[in-house]
Design a protein around this ligand. Structure first.
Ligand code: GDP
Ligand code: MN
Length: 346
């Protein structure tokens, strides 16, 4: 070693987090967005926020996914919003189309029941497809074959705080699988059989349960203020997946592959409105070491109507500690206290 420094000194470790660290020291990661052409203005807004607060220091590539080809305008304007490389990918039909085993008539009947229960988007088949793709297919896209970490970004979200370290390097160096900002309750009527199907799966594969799991958080039965119920054993607590920083190796693991296939065959992505958020959250809560799940308290974030807004001079444009700017009852949708109770603040 020509510098005479011992390997792995603190100085070197901290240099690796510096914004101007050698780009070759970057992690194998991408920013990732599933988005429609008509959402271009919202995508540019979200990109502008994330580039300003974080990515201009690191220049991680953006990978955009769509079920139809991106327009030239979409490509031109998003590429102009970043110095980083942008990739534009079409989702293969076999990943997006409704699977062959889903029965049309049963789907239509199911939509009626979901609508009676006021489940938003129940009648939008594309929404069901989107939830299924985000649950179990995005990381199988050939464009991500050689990528390990991702940060999911949706159009119209906001980022408020300057973040000066490489969050992907943080994930890798601290052996984290998944990072979240917001943790919520869900509408029980969107997932009535998700937990029953999950318990069937666990009975077939008890060996997949991690010994340091977050089962308590998944199955917490505390009286829930707004709905006063859980979903047949599932607390409905979930990481709000419009924000995710994750290691795709978890989704690519055998337990998750088997779990997703089990759920997919059960049909609840269509006959109910299982979201990728509860599916990811239950899987993480059961099959992963809970100490590998990280709350990014320092990443100020908003997806309407909820916020994660830390108390820090690095944050501008959000109200410290505010959880929602919507109706007051929405404050009761916060499930973070449960997460902290069972898992801690990380
Ligand atoms: P919400 O956050 O649950 O209200 O759902 P969104 O409408 O924000 O959809 C979630 C994400 O999936 C967003 O990034 C959307 O742009 C994207 N999305 C939803 N449906 C489609 C679709 O049919 N095609 C494409 N390309 N993207 C979609
Ligand atoms: Mn959204």
């Amino acid at each position: 070693d020509p510098t005479g420094e011992p390997e792995g000194t603190l100085i070197r470790a901290s240099a690796a987090y510096a914004p101007d660290a050698n780009p070759s020291g970057r992690i194998n990661a991408t920013l990732l967005a599933l988005v429609r052409n008509e959402e271009l203005p919202g995508m540019l807004q979200a990109m502008t926020d994330l580039e300003r607060t974080w990515n201009h220091k690191f220049n991680y590539p953006w990978t955009f996914f769509n079920d139809v080809p991106f327009t030239e305008e979409f490509k031109k304007k998003t590429q102009a919003a970043t110095n980083a490389e942008c990739r534009y990918e079409v989702i293969p039909d076999e990943h997006w189309d409704t699977p062959s085993w889903i029965n049309e008539d049963l789907y239509r009947e199911s939509v009626k029941i979901l609508e009676e229960n006021k489940i938003q988007y129940a009648d939008k088949i594309s929404y069901h497809k989107m939830c299924r793709w985000n649950s179990g297919l995005f990381y199988k896209h050939p464009a991500l074959e050689h990528t390990q970490f991702y940060w999911r970004v949706e159009p119209n979200v906001h980022f408020f705080c300057d973040v000066d370290y490489d969050v992907f390097r943080y994930m890798q160096d601290h052996n984290k699988t998944y990072g979240f900002t917001i943790n919520l309750y869900d509408a029980p009527a969107s997932v009535p059989t998700l937990w029953p199907e999950t318990t069937k799966f666990i009975a077939q594969h008890p060996e997949y349960l991690h010994k340091n799991n977050a089962l308590d958080w998944v199955t917490d039965k505390a009286r829930r203020p707004s709905h006063n119920m859980e979903a047949n054993g599932y607390s409905t607590c979930h990481f709000w997946s419009n924000f995710e920083i994750g290691d795709m190796n978890f989704w690519r693991s055998q337990p998750y592959e088997d779990y997703f296939n089990h759920l997919d065959r059960a049909g609840g992505f269509f006959y109910e409105r299982w979201g990728d958020a509860p599916v990811h959250s239950i899987a993480l809560g059961l099959f992963e070491d809970k100490s590998k799940i990280h709350w990014f308290r320092d990443i100020g974030y908003q997806h309407i109507p909820f916020f994660n807004c830390p108390n820090s001079p690095k944050c501008k444009g959000c109200v410290t500690g505010r959880f929602t700017d919507g109706e007051a009852w929405l404050n009761k949708e916060d499930c973070r206290p449960n997460w902290f109770k069972y898992v801690g603040m990380g």
